[in-house]
Design a protein around this ligand. Structure first.
Ligand SMILES: *Cc1c(COP(=O)(O)O)cnc(C)c1O
Length: 375
């Protein structure tokens, strides 16, 4: 006999108070954004969805700082990482690797049958434009992949300058992962001439997980037309055809689109500039807190000065206090933060000060973290 375990009905459950959940993704979602998802379905062909998708497109263009189409995919961000390499690479890709997520780009290429090399640095380091220019000298590569904010290390790569050297190397395009930085720090897709840019919903945009967004310029679209590996679900030509009509190629996650529509309105009301400033303030406060407590607690910042992500900070764990133990102690106090990612699990803790959090909420977390680390 099978026992059926009934799932909890959430209809009457009140969401917990904001300001407790500081993972570097997923992040806390506003209650009215969550509530938007309880609306009834709508047809994915027709006037209603077109009005919604048109609003969403305008909002995403403002977030991405582009006049190009911005596509919404029903997938996590990894899907659009894969789309980037499948659509853009002709012969061989160079993957800038300095952490777990940039490593994933390489894997996405290799598993798609694409010839790929790594320009690999120890974790915690950033890629300088000079290194990239050197690596492109032989003319071997037609695409470079880069992760802007490496969520596993808290390192921020200088993508605007990397884009310049990539384009100076000839017919090479830059494929950029901005999953934990889009909505947290300045990213100018058009002004910085970024060829393909992708992000996910559940990090600094503070949406539920399950959607991903990307934009591709004419250089990438010309390559997509010739690509034999673009497949169907992540075919950029399909996305272009449908996004233009304010539709999606396949049935979208309608509930998530309702949430996106409401959250984009919040983001635009705040303005991108104010959003960046709020994230800068939270990041700088975290860095200075680590500085003030460095000697007392035996902690340090994992990322080098000048190359620190606006939305996530990695703090090395004090001696004798593994990252995972700190995370469980924080949990007992009602706060969710992250340990290190993958092989760095016990070496650090990671605070996701991204999304809709405020400096005031962050202060409370840091205070608790100080107590836990010195206990
Ligand atoms: C979270 C993250 C991803 C993966 O996103 P999924 O939505 O889990 O597929 C990729 N890159 C970076 C930098 C991330 O932070």
């Amino acid at each position: 006999m099978t026992t059926v375990v009934e799932p909890t009905s959430h209809a009457s459950v009140k969401a917990p108070p904001f300001g407790k959940f500081f993972l570097p993704g997923p992040t806390e979602v506003r209650h009215d954004v969550l509530a938007a998802m309880t609306q009834q379905m709508m047809a994915h062909r027709g006037k209603d969805i077109e009005l919604l998708m048109a609003r969403v497109l305008t909002g995403l263009q403002a977030v991405f700082r582009t006049t190009r189409l911005v596509h919404t995919a029903t997938s996590s961000a990894t899907g659009l990482m894969e789309a980037g390499v499948r659509n853009a690479v002709r012969e061989r890709v160079l993957c800038l690797v300095n952490g777990s997520f940039s490593e994933r780009f390489h894997k996405a290429a290799v598993n798609s049958g694409i010839a790929a090399d790594k320009l690999e640095l120890p974790y915690g380091h950033y890629h300088s434009p000079d290194m990239v220019a050197d690596a492109l000298k032989g003319g071997k590569y037609d695409v470079v992949t880069v992760v802007h904010s490496e969520t596993s290390t808290g390192v921020l790569n200088p993508i605007a300058d990397i884009a310049k050297v990539v384009h100076a190397a000839g017919d090479v395009v830059l494929v950029v992962d901005t999953v934990s930085s889009m909505g947290a720090g300045q990213i100018e897709c058009d002004a910085w001439d970024l060829d393909y840019v992708l992000t996910g919903s559940q990090k600094a945009l503070a949406l539920p997980s399950g959607l991903a967004f990307c934009t591709a310029n004419d250089r990438v679209m010309a390559r997509a037309k010739e690509s034999k590996r673009r497949g169907l679900y992540f075919d950029l030509l399909e996305f272009e055809e449908y996004t233009k009509k304010n539709q999606s190629p396949n049935t979208p996650a309608v509930s998530l689109l309702y949430a996106l529509d409401v959250q984009l309105a919040h983001i635009l009301r705040e303005t991108m500039e104010a959003r960046w400033a709020r994230h800068t303030a939270m990041a700088e406060r975290t860095w200075s807190w680590v500085g003030q407590n460095a000697d007392k607690l035996g902690i340090s910042l994992y990322a080098p000065e000048g190359y620190r992500a606006p939305g996530v900070t990695c703090i090395t764990a004090p001696k004798g206090k593994p990252g995972s133990a700190i995370v469980s102690e924080m949990k007992k106090r009602g706060f969710v933060i992250a340990s290190g990612y993958g092989k760095l699990k016990d070496d650090m803790v990671r605070i996701g000060h991204m999304g809709d959090h405020t400096l005031e909420e962050l202060e409370v977390v840091l205070e608790s973290l100080g107590e836990v680390m010195s206990a």
